[in-house]
Ligand binder design. Structure first.
Ligand SMILES: Nc1nc2c(ncn2[C@@H]2O[C@H](COP(=O)(O)OP(=O)(O)OP(=O)(O)O)[C@@H](O)[C@H]2O)c(=O)[nH]1
Ligand SMILES: [Mg+2]
Length: 196
């Protein structure tokens, strides 16, 4: 199984024309602000300082591209759902995301990061729909699972699986802090990145 330890930063895009060249295969990570997206990326790639972890929600407003291997990328999409973000920035986010999902041929799958204490929200469901509508795979990481006891984490897992029933979306528990679920997440990514 890949460890992605050769991962390196490629470029950041604030505008559509700044996206990395659309070749090979890439996996996008998306989620609410503060859901634990950067922590999940660092955990899965085993690179502590790769994506910046912040205590201030909404800090990452750029699309960040990382190379896992030649022609294999991981994309950190800007977080959504942070109440204090001005309308102008929200609209820009929406336009940029629509553009990204519409044009990106190298996009093979979406990893959706959901705080397990919140569960799947409306905007999370909308992200999954965007991916599925374009025939992309999708996998949900219910993260910060260390904050829940076993009963509650199993319940949110069941609820999320039920919410994704009738789709090909897969779901797992994850914790960057407790090192839970890393291997399962990497297995999904390896499968998506492999040339069929
Ligand atoms: N307990 C616990 N806390 C976590 C976990 N993952 C992330 N956090 C915390 O959640 C906060 C947000 O984490 P980030 O990884 O920066 O989240 P993000 O989604 O990238 O946030 P933005 O880029 O700002 O939208 C930080 O204080 C992290 O330490 C986890 O698995 N368990
Ligand atoms: Mg982040």
């Amino acid at each position: 199984m890949s460890t992605y330890s050769q991962v390196k930063f490629v470029t950041s895009a604030a505008e559509a024309y700044q996206l990395a060249p659309d070749t090979g295969r890439e996996i996008a990570f998306a989620g609410r602000s503060n859901s634990g997206k950067s922590s999940a990326i660092n955990a899965i790639t085993q690179r502590a300082g790769l994506a910046r972890v912040s205590r201030t929600p909404g800090r990452t407003q750029l699309i960040n591209f990382f190379e896992l291997a030649p022609e294999r990328r991981l994309v950190d999409l800007p977080g959504y759902g942070f109440a204090k973000v001005p309308q102008r920035i929200r609209l820009h986010w929406l336009e940029l995301m629509e553009h990204y999902f519409n044009v990106r041929e190298s996009l093979v799958g979406l990893i959706l990061i959901v705080d397990s204490r919140r569960g799947l929200g409306e905007q999370d469901a909308a992200m999954l729909e965007w991916a599925l509508a374009r025939d992309r795979s999708a996998h949900v990481l219910l993260t910060k699972a260390d904050k829940l006891n076993r009963r509650d984490s199993q319940q949110v897992l069941r609820e999320t699986i039920a919410a994704c029933a009738d789709t090909a979306v897969t779901v797992q528990l994850f914790s960057a802090h407790a090192k839970q679920g890393f291997e399962d997440a990497r297995q999904v990514m390896d499968r998506w990145l492999a040339v069929a």
